[in-house]
Design a binder for this molecule. Structure first.
Ligand code: SF4
Length: 571
């Protein structure tokens, strides 16, 4: 069997040693793999993606839609290709979550957009931060959320303002290119790349190379679904690599030196799977080729028939890591990769909260808002504040936090106080530190419940109610609380100690009320867990949004009462 035939074998085909399927059985439907089944589109999305690449919509936005307004936008552009430039229509205010599943999409949709600013590696200068903040003030009703993929999201954007927003972003080398859509999304990168004392390898040159060579490349702009990348060289493994389509994790090979451990096929959503190691050691000079190879496998062999089965994780689940690596090496790289060990388990948290010394003797400060919520004015003030204290660089993180870089030692404490006044705590409570929330019903058309305010209320309530445990130093060191507005998993509910999936819950009087299905016991390497794992749904364990603080308080008090010496909450 040729390599190509091996690579293209459908999971429905008989494997060697297995009984062949009876001839009378109907042939399995094609998966829509381009290299196996041909490129004829098998669903409406694949049809319009082939008819006109999503990247091409930019020209129409600038020359037609921005001039003639929302009602002039072609439907396929609006609900499809706009994403290739980071634009989604947002939810009309005031629509109850119970109606999300019953209304038509156009009934849920407002004439405003969410705009996602792509920040590869989370790396920002204060000048760039100020530009984003001012765009928010001028065009986005002062909205600005840090996402858990290192982007900044603005809301209330009018299509008329998009060209000017792009002009301002691009004047400081920022963009919204492929911030959404079936493309290589923002590249997660270690927020302490290049500055941490204990860094194994600085991934910054690699992230720059990937962004410059491949983002906006039409050859990679029609993938079966979204494609997520994470790269870190920090021992805390701070980029949630287990839930990305492709990830490179820095390590020292005992014989070959510094390089990366290759992971493939992680993703959450409604069918969560953790990524798998291919057992391959990637030298720094091989890393860009390996990334391109994995992305190209997804483009060429990914399943395109059903969008619910199109993520890379489904291909990996069928092929397995051995075959995936073989196809990568034989068909895409043209050489074998060396075998390599796993990176050692992290021993420090990957959220980088607090004050830490850099390798050059300056300091970095990790600080958190509540559940990623900020405003444009805050971003502008933050840029001014950092510059006044001698810093001109910062990073967003995959934990909805910020890391300020290059702070001189004598400026640390004044800056910590000023950050606090701006709503960014460098010494947060365990609740504030561990809570993240997705966009939720405020703006998201798929949402069933509110999330950001629910998170803020829960954090404030828990800080007040559990003050006695703070005083007696009995609180767990870490506790992650992740809140989603619907069954999708934008806030990674399956990877939290307590993950909450938004849903409407029945009440005794018959009126459904917003609430959550509870997942317990998930976590990733960056949470300092011994073993990454997905949380489990506890059957029947649901909590209303109003009762959420009560529920978490009970769980924490039970942990404090029952835990053994040294046991973490995750255990
Ligand atoms: Fe929207 Fe659901 Fe994602 Fe939250 S989890 S942002 S509600 S799609």
């Amino acid at each position: 069997m040729t390599d190509t035939a091996l690579a293209g074998a459908s999971p429905d085909q008989a494997a060697p040693g297995r009984t062949k399927r009876p001839a009378s059985r109907p042939a399995a439907k094609p998966h829509g793999q381009w290299k196996v089944d041909g490129t004829a589109p098998l669903n409406a999305n694949e049809t319009w993606k082939q008819e006109d690449n999503g990247l091409n919509v930019r020209e129409r936005i600038e020359s037609v839609y921005a001039k003639h307004g929302f009602d002039s936008i072609d439907g396929t552009d609006l609900h499809g290709r706009f994403r290739w430039w980071g634009l989604y229509t947002q939810r009309k205010p005031g629509i109850d979550g119970g109606k999300t599943a019953t209304l038509e999409p156009h009934e849920l949709e407002d004439k405003y957009f969410m705009l996602r600013v792509r920040i590869d590696g989370g790396a920002l200068t204060t000048e760039q931060l100020r530009v984003i903040g001012q765009i928010s003030v001028d065009f986005a009703r002062d909205s600005a959320d840090l996402t858990d993929r290192q982007n900044i999201q603005l809301h209330w954007i009018r299509v008329e303002d998009v060209p000017e927003i792009w002009r301002r972003l691009e004047s400081v080398e920022l963009s919204t290119t492929e911030a959404c859509g079936d493309v290589p999304r923002v590249i997660l990168g270690s927020p302490v790349a290049g500055i941490a004392k204990d860094e194994i390898i600085d991934p910054t040159p690699l992230i720059h190379e990937l962004a410059e060579r491949f983002i906006g490349d039409p050859e990679l702009a029609n993938l079966p679904r979204k494609f997520k990348t994470a790269i870190t060289g920090h021992p805390s493994q701070d980029v949630v690599h287990e839930i990305n389509d492709v990830a490179l994790v820095g390590l020292v090979h005992p014989e070959l030196g510094i390089g990366y451990d290759l992971w493939v096929g992680g993703a959450l959503s409604t069918n969560p799977m953790l990524g798998k190691r291919l057992g391959a050691f990637v030298r720094p000079d091989q890393a860009a080729d390996v990334w391109l190879g994995v992305t190209s496998i997804f483009r060429d062999y990914g399943y395109r028939r059903m969008r619910t089965k199109a993520r890379l994780k489904f291909l990996l689940a069928d092929w397995g890591p051995v075959k995936f690596r073989q196809v990568l090496e034989d068909e895409y790289l043209g050489y074998k990769l060396d075998d390599g060990p796993a990176a050692p388990k992290p021993s420090t948290p990957g959220d980088h909260i607090g004050v830490h010394e850099q390798k050059d003797g300056k300091f970095f400060i990790g600080a958190t808002p509540i559940a990623g919520r900020l405003s444009g004015s805050q971003l502008v003030k933050l840029a001014d504040t950092l510059e006044a204290r001698g810093s001109q660089r910062l990073r967003t993180t995959p934990h909805q936090k910020l890391v300020v870089l290059d702070v001189p030692g004598d400026q640390v404490e004044p800056l910590v106080a000023e950050l606090d006044a701006l709503g960014l705590s460098a010494r947060p409570s365990v609740f504030r530190r561990g809570t993240i929330a997705c966009t939720g019903i405020e703006y998201c058309k798929l949402a069933i419940v509110e999330t950001k305010l629910t998170a803020a209320t829960a954090v404030a309530e828990l800080e007040r109610r559990l003050a006695d445990l703070v005083e007696t130093e009995q609180l767990p060191q870490a506790l992650s609380l992740h809140i989603n507005g619907c069954p999708n998993s934008c806030a990674r509910i399956q990877t939290a100690d307590i993950g909450l999936k938004g849903m409407m819950l029945p009440t005794p009087d018959g009126d459904p009320t917003p609430g959550f299905q509870v997942h317990l016991g998930g976590g990733l390497a960056s949470d300092s867990r011994e073993e990454a794992g997905l949380g489990r749904t506890v059957r029947g364990l649901k909590v209303t949004a109003d009762d959420l603080p009560d529920y978490v308080e009970r769980v924490v008090r039970k942990f404090v009462a029952d835990h053994t010496e040294g046991q973490t909450f995750a255990e």
